[in-house]
Design a protein around this ligand. Structure first.
Ligand code: ZN
Length: 191
């Protein structure tokens, strides 16, 4: 990464590195199945899980990359299956403050509730905690010279974002999540 480009990127999005695996725009330099030219086998718009039963805690969904590509949009696949990061302030969910439940966009597992959502100012949807125990898996992520904690959907392993310890009360945690990884069902308050 050229130093000048790096500095300008930080000026444009001062909190980018706080939440992203790579700085926005850098993902195009990585070898990526989702960035290959040609027709995408999956849908062009995200699938909704609103009419589907809620999978129980502890359930697992394991699919091949080809199967995931047929279920997800190109952009969703990049975030969920390649640990990509959407550009800050691009998700409409960032400023959506309606009550509702946030499901995994890959498998439909419930992950977060609007009661735990807050405006972090980072440009990504942010939460103080998962909706319930067992829904989120966390792993140490040492990439890009930083030690962070990656957040995944516990059911399908889909990458959601990262969690930091600079959040507000009551937990002091900040789950910094890609909107592309979420299926928001506004008005739904119980599972
Ligand atoms: Zn999932």
């Amino acid at each position: 990464m050229h130093r000048r480009t790096f500095a300008l990127s930080l000026l444009a999005t001062p909190f980018a590195l706080a939440c992203s695996r790579a700085q926005p725009g850098a993902s195009s330099t990585r070898a990526s199945a989702s960035s290959q030219p040609g027709a995408w086998p999956g849908p062009s718009t995200p699938r909704s899980f609103v009419a589907e039963p809620v999978p129980p805690v502890g359930d697992r969904l394991v699919l091949s990359d080809d199967e995931w590509k047929r279920r997800l949009t190109r952009e969703q696949f990049h975030v969920l299956r390649e640990e990509g990061t959407e550009r800050a302030f691009t998700s409409p969910l960032h400023e959506d403050h309606r009550p509702g439940i946030f499901f995994c966009a890959g498998c439909g597992a419930p992950l977060f509730h609007s009661r735990d959502k807050f405006d972090s100012g980072t440009g990504w949807p942010s939460f103080t905690r998962p909706i319930e125990p067992g829904r989120i898996a966390e792993h140490v992520d040492d990439s890009f010279g930083m030690t962070r904690t990656e957040v995944e959907c516990a059911r399908c392993g889909g990458h959601q974002g990262h969690v930091f310890d600079d959040g507000p009360r009551p937990t002091g945690l900040r789950y910094c999540i890609n909107g592309l990884a979420l299926d928001f069902q506004a008005g739904r308050l119980q599972l």
